[in-house]
Design a protein around this ligand. Sequence first.
Ligand code: FES
Length: 256
Amino acid sequence: MPETGEYEIIKTRRLNPGAFEMTVWAPEISDAAVPGQFVHIRCGAERLLRRPISICDAEKGALRLVIGERGEGTKWLAGLKAGQKIDLLGPLGRGFTIDAGGEPVLLVGGGIGVPPLLFAAKRLSGRAHAAVGFCDKDAVMLVGTLNECCAGVCLSTDDGSAGVHGYVDTLVRKNLESIHFGRILACGPRPMLRAVAACAREYQVPCEVSLEERMGCGVGACLVCACKMKKDDGFTYKHVCSDGPVFDANEVIWDE
Ligand code: FES
């Protein structure tokens, strides 16, 4: 059952010009969370809609969240300091599959899609390899931390200012050519996920993607996040908030 309440901010830290990290003391949420799940955050009394934020890490009662400043709500969150309280609902949604087997897993992230992969990398205990992409060197974040818990990390930027010049799917292809992976877990913008899903199909590796959608309630009650997905020969609608946000890449209708 998701928990809701006011939780104390332990620490905040800027990661790059457009994103910051917030660590919150929330044992009930932290202890129950699995990689790929999210929390729904209230952004001040005057904003009715909460913002869904992926869980970047959950350990010993603390919840680590990385928030991209995209609008008024997240800018308001950026102004909060350690010692203040924040209203959270979570953990929510269906997370990534963390197989018990020993096969390597490829984590693929783009931009603000990178933080939840850190939680997955930690749970995979050294079996994870990560391929992460950002628009430029100023947007790069968490690569050092990923390096500490992955067997290998490679980086690309769209403009070539850090790592390999190009999109992250180039790195995915290179990884798939040299290592046999049991699964790919991906989080990032939809065009990136679509490209990763195509690579996974080509190399016949099971792939899960974390989709991003606008959300209202966050618990499957309002239909704001409804998304058209494949079913037999037709389609069905699923809720990104409660059926996802993680889905099998083969379920997604990428042309929508
Ligand atoms: Fe309300 Fe998903 S956000 S149903």
